[in-house]
Design a protein around this ligand. Structure first.
Ligand code: ZN
Length: 255
């Protein structure tokens, strides 16, 4: 879990410091300490970060603990051990690390920026949205929700999106993420917030995990396909991959 540091180094560098800021870039949680020392924490697939009193029993798979004064523990519970904690000795180091990995933050996205990023990209739109170097912060579930909201098929080649579709998609990405944050996250599987409480956004999903159920807009059964080993859910009527010449004008071909 410590790709660029060790338990011994963390003790040496962190003990006695104060937290000055807590922030986020893409899916990295950033904790800023005095003297420009930083920790980044990435929860990956199933990690949960909990703030708990030291006397409360530690959950199974608690792999990383930072103890604060007054008594409080930050606990990283990660059954699959995919999570990562990195240490940086300066904000320059931190920013270099993030710049190598992250495109613009998804909450800063607008249609002009998205259009310029999509130009000349022939990859599938959903795969691009999941590529954190393309745009940072969109996960599998939010990509599906945003593509449904924008009525764009997940397998569309990125450079075939119309200006209108790009505008809808930029708005939809911001919308689904903002709503997810307002509802304190999506506990579709194991996500818990820092207080150990599940989020509420899973109760508002339109397509994700809803294969065979009616599309909330048009009633067509939601379909599931697999793209790059990840599930993709969409409405086969409103999210159309391509138009064939044989079909009537304006009649989408379902792929
Ligand atoms: Zn529909």
């Amino acid at each position: 879990m410590l790709p660029n540091t060790s338990e011994a180094e963390l003790r040496e560098v962190l003990v006695g410091r104060s937290v000055e800021s807590v922030g986020r870039r893409g899916k990295y949680l950033l904790i800023g300490f005095d003297d420009d020392v930083w920790l980044s924490i990435h929860r990956k697939m199933s990690g949960n970060l909990l703030l708990e009193p030291p006397e409360s029993p530690r959950a199974l798979h608690t792999h990383f603990v930072v103890t604060f004064d007054p008594a409080l523990e930050l606990r990283f519970v990660d059954p699959r051990k995919f999570g990562r904690v990195n240490l940086f000795r300066s904000s320059v180091e931190l920013n270099e690390f993030l710049a190598e990995r992250l495109g613009p933050d998804s909450l800063d996205l607008d249609d002009t920026l998205l259009a310029s990023k999509l130009k000349g990209r022939s990859g599938r739109i959903k795969s691009l949205l999941l590529d954190q170097a393309f745009v940072a912060g969109v996960g599998n579930l939010y990509a599906d929700e945003a593509l449904w909201e924008a009525r764009v098929h997940p397998l569309r080649a990125a450079n075939t999106l119309t200006a209108e579709e790009i505008q809808r998609l930029a708005l939809a990405i911001k919308h689904v993420l903002t709503q997810g944050i307002e509802r304190r996250g999506t506990s579709f599987s194991s996500y818990l917030d820092a207080d150990g409480a599940p989020g509420e956004n899973q109760e508002f999903l339109n397509v994700y995990g809803r294969e065979g159920q009616a599309c909330p807009r048009c009633g067509t059964p939601i379909r599931r396909i697999v793209i790059g080993q990840r599930s993709a859910y969409f409405c086969p009527k409103e999210q159309v991959e391509s138009w064939s010449r044989e079909s009537e004008p304006g009649q989408p071909t379902h792929v």
